[in-house]
Design a protein around this ligand. Structure first.
Ligand SMILES: Cc1cc2nc3c(=O)[nH]c(=O)nc-3n(C[C@H](O)[C@H](O)[C@H](O)COP(=O)(O)O)c2cc1C
Length: 492
């Protein structure tokens, strides 16, 4: 593609229109076909929300066409307008789309947005142009009383293209689900504040790293990123069955529920009768929720980096947990307070110095007979090879996807048990119990991870994993090579 040529972007022949008038039907020029409802521009900008639950009512085609018209009035690189939109309102075709990705099973209309595959030589101009059209359509739909959500998780985009009969030289960029909203979110997900993201003349901020290496993340950037992600929705942080089952076994073996007579009140708990349990950097609070439900003999506290994330996690526990803040520059925790502490897959998130500081403070915060359960992902397991294979397959590679296991947000580095043991020693702790699980990926995980494979690759991957699962029954193997490792620590 050539450089942007102002002549190519000609609007010759399109008459100037006095502002404020409504255009007449003129489909050739791509103007609205009917009267368009008036809407304050700023209201449209600020009140549009992604809608994910729709009424089943069909959307009149005139309205869909108004939305599409708004799309073609978006800017496009060199004004080439190499977009093609297919609005699917046939339930049978929508069903076939939904089979490719359940996201396309929500709305009565799915608009497939495609662009000329080869018009992308300059800075992904095809994606940029199509995205401008999508945003125009989303705003237009909002003004028309409709709802949309922008879908990139379409499954195999080539199959989407084939399903709607787009030619091979069209690249499916995204799908816009469209319909009458059933559920409108009361508030939009939070935005990162303007002062953090916008600068005058010269960038004067500190960018959030795109690296998965913990040492590349300063603690305050991790705090900013996790706060943004947790408060903006937990789409990537669903509880995973395989992670939950490993944790279930570890809890049963290493931290069984105490009877009330065994449970000793936490020191300094201000007259509380229940011993206090601290869950460390729970981030999404998915595991805190479970721990609080299963260990009701304890009063829960959460230790987090920001008040917002701490409150979010605390609210997931029933009854609500108390909140404590972790500041690695001033790491303070009440000494000897906690009967139990859990730190589950969190050291992998932290740079070396913070790992040591955190574990040392946790050691001090344990009650004299308190117990700390440390869970970590074993670097000497199938975890790293599986991550390597995943990145080779060309799947999504953003930082948010590399994080494993879920729930985890930010950088991630699997650890070796030797590293954990020396960290524990340095923190004045000793290992009193150990448990390891999953020397091979469990069946449900394999099913999940291979769901988008072709039939042959899927059979092959599942067959290999099934054979490897024998390892889980060989004494000593999961304990040493299992992906999930747990250590029970006490004061030395
Ligand atoms: C490029 C892009 C891709 C998106 N992909 C998806 C998606 O696959 N699934 C989904 O539920 N939402 C998707 N969204 C919607 C975003 O999650 C949503 O815009 C964001 O959370 C902000 O919420 P709001 O649109 O209500 O302001 C996407 C948005 C954009 C811009």
């Amino acid at each position: 593609m050539q450089a942007e040529d102002p002549r190519a972007a000609g609007n010759e022949g399109i008459p100037e229109e006095p502002s404020g008038t409504r255009a007449q039907a003129d489909t050739d020029e791509g103007r609205p076909v009917g009267p368009t409802p008036a809407c304050d521009f700023w209201d449209a900008i600020y009140q549009r929300r992604s809608i994910r639950r729709f009424k089943p009512d069909p959307v009149p085609r005139e309205l869909v066409e108004q939305v599409l018209h708004a799309g073609i009035w978006a800017p496009s690189s060199c004004n080439y307008q190499m977009w093609d939109f297919v609005a699917v309102d046939d339930p049978a075709i929508n069903q076939r789309l939904a089979a490719l990705s359940s996201q396309m099973g929500n709305a009565p209309v799915n608009i497939i947005i495609s662009y000329g595959r080869d018009f992308s030589e300059e800075a992904w101009a095809n994606i940029q142009s199509a995205s401008a059209a999508i945003e125009n359509m989303s705003l237009a739909a909002h003004v028309l009383g409709l709802g949309t959500f922008w879908i990139t998780q379409t499954g195999d985009r080539e199959r989407v293209r084939e399903t709607v009969g787009l030619p091979e030289d069209r690249l499916v960029i995204a799908v816009l689900a469209l319909g009458y909203p059933k559920l409108v979110p009361r508030k939009g997900p939070k935005r990162r504040p303007l002062r953090e993201v916008a600068h005058w003349n010269h960038y004067a901020g500190r960018a959030i790293p795109s690296s998965v290496r913990p040492q590349d993340w300063a603690p305050d950037l991790l705090r900013t990123y996790q706060r943004a992600r947790v408060l903006n929705g937990l789409r990537h942080n669903k509880p995973r069955a395989w992670e939950q089952s490993a944790l279930g076994e570890a809890l049963a073996r290493l931290l069984p529920e105490q009877t009330p007579s065994e449970a000793t009140p936490g020191a300094g708990s201000g007259g509380a009768t229940r011993p206090v349990w601290l869950d460390v950097l729970p981030c999404t609070g998915i595991l805190t929720e479970r721990l609080a439900r299963e260990r009701q003999s304890h009063a829960f506290e959460v230790l987090e980096r920001s008040p917002e994330v701490a409150e979010f996690c605390a609210a997931r526990a029933i009854p609500r947990a108390q909140v404590r803040l972790w500041d690695p520059d001033q790491p303070q925790l009440p000494s000897g307070r906690y009967a139990r502490i859990t730190c589950l897959y969190r050291l992998e998130n932290l740079a070396e110095a913070e790992r040591t500081a955190l574990l040392t403070r946790l050691g001090e915060a344990l009650a004299p007979d308190g117990e700390l359960l440390l869970g970590f992902v074993n670097a000497r397991s199938f975890h790293n090879p599986m991550e390597w294979l995943r990145s080779r397959r060309g799947g999504p590679r953003g930082v948010e996807y590399v994080l494993s296991p879920d729930p985890n947000i930010g950088p991630f580095e699997a650890l070796r048990s030797g590293q954990i043991e020396s960290l524990a020693r340095a923190a004045g702790l000793r290992v009193v119990g150990a448990f390891g699980a999953q020397a091979a990926p469990p069946r449900e995980e394999l099913e999940f991870r291979t769901r988008n494979f072709g039939p042959r690759a899927r059979v092959l991957a599942r067959g290999i994993a099934a054979a490897l699962r024998v390892l889980d029954f060989v004494p000593g193997v999961p304990g040493r090579w299992g992906r999930f490792q747990y250590r029970l620590l006490r004061k030395a």
